[in-house]
Design a protein around this ligand. Sequence first.
Ligand code: ATP
Ligand SMILES: Nc1nc2c(ncn2[C@@H]2O[C@H](COP(=O)(O)O)[C@@H](O)[C@H]2O)c(=O)[nH]1
Length: 404
Amino acid sequence: MGEAPVFYVENLKDRFSNGFNLRFKGFETSIDVGDKTFVIGSSNNDSISSIEVQIYDKSRGKWVIPTVLGTEPKRYEGHSAILLNEDRIMVITWGSTPDDCIWFLEVDTEYVKQQKKASGTEVVAWSKGVRGDADKPVVISGPSGVGKGTLINMLMKEFPTMFGFSVSHTTRAPRSMEKNGVHYHFTERSIMEKDIKDGKFLEFASVHGNLYGTSIEAVEAVADSGKRCILDIDVQGAKSVRASSLDAAFIFISPPSMAKLEERLHLRGTETEEQIQKRLRNAKAEIEQGKSSGIFDHILCNDHLEKCYDDLKKLLGLDGTTSTNPKPSSKGINLPSKHAVSKINSKILIKSETPGSGNPSKNSIVLDVSLLKGGAPSRTRGLNVYAVDPNPFSDSLNGIHKLS
Ligand SMILES: Nc1ncnc2c1ncn2[C@@H]1O[C@H](COP(=O)(O)OP(=O)(O)OP(=O)(O)O)[C@@H](O)[C@H]1O
Ligand SMILES: Nc1nc2c(ncn2[C@@H]2O[C@H](COP(=O)(O)O)[C@@H](O)[C@H]2O)c(=O)[nH]1
């Protein structure tokens, strides 16, 4: 069954020819969501062009400038926009690189609703689209010394192209073998506190007397590399991530006994006796919470390391029953710079607006958004992009033949 293509992009200048004082100097699009019109426009200041958002509240007849969360798209020549699921606007920037051209402005997702409630203001949030099928992040938690880091290192060594580590920030001093930017971003408390206040952290917690936290940027960096993100965080952090809109798998590692945990901390030799005792006191509460709070999807006991590692791999589908070959990549496909966008079901057709510009496979692209995962406050994953051979007799996607 063919359906009429839906093209929501309208030019505000045609629609509101007078009366509204938009501060955009260049290109803008407007999208209606319920009783609000979201106007996305370029504001040019000499060399830099970035995207800004204004909302027209039709029921109140008022313009609102929302709080904009997340990193917004940079430098573009123009953009197309289309509404998805009544809660996010897909923005395709013109002339950006393949890795940087698909963005989502979330206007009514769970995350945005939470932020609106918390701030009492109008909020929208940017999330960059990442091509491909990277699986959801994995949160690994458990008491200090249980072996989280050891298990994660084994995983990253065996599957280097599959997993990426979310490098946390901490105010604790580096251990002798630890490198800044690799094991942690070692930082001063005042700087970290300011960044937390500025909304740069997905979660943070005071752990054993120091501040630890996962920046949104750390998780985004892994998603951008196309890898599955692994977070090594304490139980309080896991609880915060669980309450956030980051869709993740939560695994708790428990020790075989407190005596074994103490022995491991002593053998590791990275803390003073006083610090070890503090970590052991905290461990009791963490184990209780880990096992009973319902935060975690899975609990693994790290008694014998190899056995625990095998169990972890099974949980992650890496026990040989699932292919670990890299999934086909759509990373290299360029979107036509100036284009028209239409939507049928979960497929967005992008057609070049530059006539006679050569190979049709370069001009017509389909974005399949049926498997979107994640979103603000991190990346939106699961975007599949392919070139198509458009049927010249039909504007509907029924006539499209996949090329790649
Ligand atoms: N199953 C195991 N049996 C014996 N020793 C282990 C086992 N797993 C890990 N270890 C050892 O225990 C010590 C603590 O492990 P690791 O540093 O990985 O713990 P962690 O959970 O990451 O701790 P922290 O939260 O403090 O960073 C290390 O010396 C490691 O080699
Ligand atoms: N809530 C968070 N906890 C974190 C983060 N990074 C690490 N951790 C946890 O802290 C303790 C101690 O770590 P150590 O390196 O000092 O031994 C451990 O349980 C980690 O899981 C974070 O970003 N957020």
